[in-house]
Each structure stands twice: as structure tokens, then as C-alpha cells.
Design a protein around this ligand. Sequence first.
Ligand code: ZN
Length: 446
Amino acid sequence: MSSHRHRHRHLHVVVVVVLLLSLFVSSSHTFSPYEESQIRTFQSYLQLPTPHPNPNYTPSVSFLTSVAQSLNLTIQTLEFVPNKPLLLLTWPGLSPHLPSLLLNSHLDSVPAEPRLWSHPPFSAHRDPSTGRIFARGAQDDKSISIQYLESIRNLKLSNFRPLRSVHLSFVPDEEIGAADGMARFVPSEHFKNLNVGFVLDEGQASEGEDFRVFYADRSPWSLIVKATGQPGHGSRMFDGSAGENLMECVEAVARFREAQFDLVKAGIKEASEVVSVNLVYLKAGTPSPTGFVMNMQPSEAEAGFDVRFTPTEDPDLLRKRIEEEWAPISKNLTYQLIQKGPIRDKAGRPLVTATNDSNPWWSVFKQAIIASGGKLAKPEILRSTTDARFIRQMGIPTLGFSPMANTPILLHEHNEFLRDSVFLNGIKVYEHIISSLSSFSATAEQ
Ligand SMILES: [Zn+2]
């Protein structure tokens, strides 16, 4: 009898487990018609291709404009460069003199190679069993573009009115350095008139439960070192050949690289918190019909390095290191350092947004994430760069944030996708963020 009851209980457990499992599996089918329409808006936007090298921005801007019209937002289309429109939307605040909130995303995407994709990259195919929506731009960063808008729709439906004005910018050319995009917008009168106090820009997916947040970008530099020296027969040993001089440089760089990399390997620093330097090309030698002349030492040699600089380092120290250790003139080495984008703000401070209580926007942002039921991971420096660096240059606090938890990091990869449930949850997260950040009244003196 007791064994029978035991089996019975066992059966109960099995039934409960099966029920729970079926809940998880079918979770992508349990959305309301309203939520389904928000997912369709996302899919429709993803179906408008904007990959480089020839993004056609017009259909995307038209689409976003029609969404903005349905939300009764103020609409401006700026064009700093022909065929590179920038869409600027505004939800006016009740106290429009207060510093405003700007939500930024970019219109363009990197290219996609269809042969590598399981579904065409601009089909926005939604897998019925997993809820995965496949498209170039699904994570980077068309998700946040639509989440910003749809969270405003939800807030408007709940009769929320912001105290501060909320602006949304949709900018071109982020993926190719933003020379005709954010780099033109930020110094313009249009931007100045927005009186921006705080900005949210794109972040990255998180494989764990926590949302990732980025308070700085690494800055890309290109370093080219040229060596000259006495040419000579390949058989002769002498001091000061171009090849020998360049090797001095490569060895010095390698020592620095190893020391930085060791910090990462030892778990003392994150990969994004050290200065990375990688050899990207070597150029030397005297060409011959079969390759290179092998018995001649050339009079010139050259090496190129990709340097990624963290904003917490002193750029003058690195320049000094290059001049004294990597490319000393005493070794007949000269160098060219091409700095891409700013590394200091207009007041000379590092391009870093404070993630502590000295930044009132941070505190409100953090509270909003908690209120939405989410968790924030330790703030990070982004390994690469985004448009955020141009805004931080103006001294405006800017965080990189895309609410994509439990999601593989697929930006710029094939089969980029975002799950429908993750997309919808992001709308809820932005509801909390936008309502808190637009309604706290303490003036943030930055
Ligand atoms: Zn992006």
C-alpha cells in the first residue's frame, strides 16, 4: 500500500515536471495580440535592409517616421550629408527646461553573407518553437530602436507624462566610423538645442542572467613604424640595418603586449581593461620574380600595429613609450600614430561615464533596472567602439545598454537572432528606465 502511494507521488512529480517543461517550451506562443503586434513591428523593421557598403536609409526612416506618427512624437529629419538622414524624435516633457534624456541607436548594419545563414538575413524569420527572430540587426541594434518606441507606446497607454523631454536619435553610418553620422550631429546646433543630460546607446547581449552595461569604449589607434638602415649583402653582419632596427621595435612591442596579456590571463583585468596591441602587417624586402631577393638586406622596413587604448590610461604615457621604447629615433625608427576618434572630453577628462553615486543618472538607471525585475552585471569597458564616444566627448554621461539577457553574443556574426520573449521583456525594461530617468527632478550638474 505504502509503495503504491509512493509510486503515486512519483507520478505527481513527473506530471508537474512535464507541465513545467511544456510551459517553457510553449512560452513563445503565449503573447497577447498587442505583444504580437509589437513583435511584428520589430520584424517589419528588420526586413528593411541597411547593410554596408550601400545602406539605403530611406525606407527605414519612412518606417520609423510612421511609427513615430502613431505615437504623436515630434519628428525631424536632419541631413548633414546627402542620402545619410538622421531621424530625431521628441516626446516633449512637462518641464522642458530640464536636461533631457536621449535614446540613441543606429540605422545601419554590417553586411551579411546569406550562404552562411540558416534563414535569409533580411527575412526576420521567427522560429515557432524557440521564438528566435533571425536577422542582421536583430541584436545590433535594431532591437533597441523598436524597443524605445514600443516602450513609449506602453507608457502613453498608461497615461504617463515625462517631466524631462525624451529624444530618440536614429543615426546613419555607425558601423563605418560615424564620420557622416554621430560625428556631425554632436557638434551641431540641433544637438545643442536638445540640452541633453544623459544618453543611452547600444550595448551587447549577455549570456547570463545579468544585463551588461558599458561606461566607456576603447579607442582604436593605428601605429605604423618605419625603419631605415644601411643596406648590405645578405651575408654580412653589421649594426643598424633596417631589419635589425625594426626587430628592436617588434620585440619592444611584444614585451609590452605580453605584460598586458598576462594581466588578462591571470584574471587581474578584463580583456577590455588593458591596452591591446597586435601586429597587423610587415612590409620589407626587395621583390624578385620568384618572391624576394634573398641575399640582400633592405634599406627600409615597416610594421603596422592595431592598438586599442583604454580611456583609463594616460595617452601621453603611451606616446612617450612609443617614442622612447617602440620607435626610438636613435634606432632610425620613425612612427605615425593615427588616432581614430576622441580620447578626452572637451574639458580634458577621460571619456568615462561615472557608475557610482556621483552620477545621479546612474543611480536612477540602476534602480529602474531593479524595479523591472532585472539585474546589472559589473559595469564594463567595451572592447570596441560605438557612437557613445562622441557624446562622452561633450562631457555628457552615456551608458551602453541593450537589454538582452540569456542571449548568445551574435553581433556581426551570421545567424544573428533575438528571442521574441527577450525582445518583449526589453520593452518592459525601457518602460521602467524611461519613466524613471525622465521624471526624476534633481538637476544633474555634470
Ligand atoms: Zn551597433
